[in-house]
Design a protein around this ligand. Structure first.
Ligand code: HEC
Length: 140
């Protein structure tokens, strides 16, 4: 019997560790998005804005891969996380918001002036961060 149980236990411990890492990783990326927002609000030149837009785009695309099944706030307790189960019930909508964030990042990355970059940045907060957080995130 042990022959079967030991590998089974090893596999489930492995996926638990993976789920924890996934949560940590997505929280780090979200913090980076917060940092990008702060830099923008503090004021940046267009070259920096372009770079930050590229970062936003890359982070948005990476975040799309960091909400696998089994990592909601009810399922992973260490670290505590704020991903509502609704994310998985409406994953098409959630992925579409991340796509919008990636698109906005791409537009900021190629903006020619700060007026242009700033306008996209300003709209982005409501269109993506807030649109998602209001429905899909529990603030820790
Ligand atoms: C499509 C959904 C979605 C979008 C878009 C989104 N977030 Fe989040 N955000 C979440 C979820 C879900 C969590 C909770 C994740 C967790 O705890 O695992 C979160 C958590 C955070 C956190 C807390 C991280 C931590 O350490 O606990 C910050 C900061 C944050 N987001 C900033 C942003 C900013 C800034 C933007 C926009 C530029 C943004 N987010 C866009 C869904 C989103």
């Amino acid at each position: 019997m042990h022959k079967f149980l030991i590998p089974l236990l090893a596999v489930s411990l492995f996926s638990l560790a993976n789920a924890n890492d996934t949560v940590t990783k997505r929280q780090q990326l979200m913090k980076q998005l917060g940092g990008i927002g702060k830099q923008f609000s503090d004021g940046v030149d267009v070259a920096t804005a372009n770079k930050l837009g590229g970062d936003m785009q890359r982070i948005a695309n990476e975040l799309k891969t960091l909400f696998p099944k089994g990592t909601s706030e009810d399922e992973v307790k260490t670290p505590a996380n704020g991903a509502k189960a609704k994310i998985w019930a409406e994953s098409d909508k959630v992925m579409a918001i991340f796509d919008k964030l990636a698109q906005n990042g791409g537009k900021i990355a190629t903006a020619k002036t700060m007026d242009e970059a700033g306008a996209i940045f300003k709209a982005n907060g409501g269109e993506t961060c807030k649109a998602c957080h209001d429905v899909y995130r529990t603030k820790l």
